[in-house]
Design a protein. Sequence first.
Length: 70
Amino acid sequence: MEPFLLTVIENSMAEIPNSPRFLQIKAIKIGAIQAKKSFLLALVIKKLSPSVLFSSLLTRVRRQSDGSPT
């Protein structure tokens, strides 16, 4: 992406920090960071293989997106 275009996008997002799109992107980034931390912490605590842990984490994320309790 062109540096100028990137600057224009960043400036427009800075002008409207409470826009729904901006908040959605921010929430996705925060969620990804939290999921990564949870995954790594569980890996250390439970000493499970990454594939087993990822499978259980994926199930939990699906339940949360459906609105059912974890």
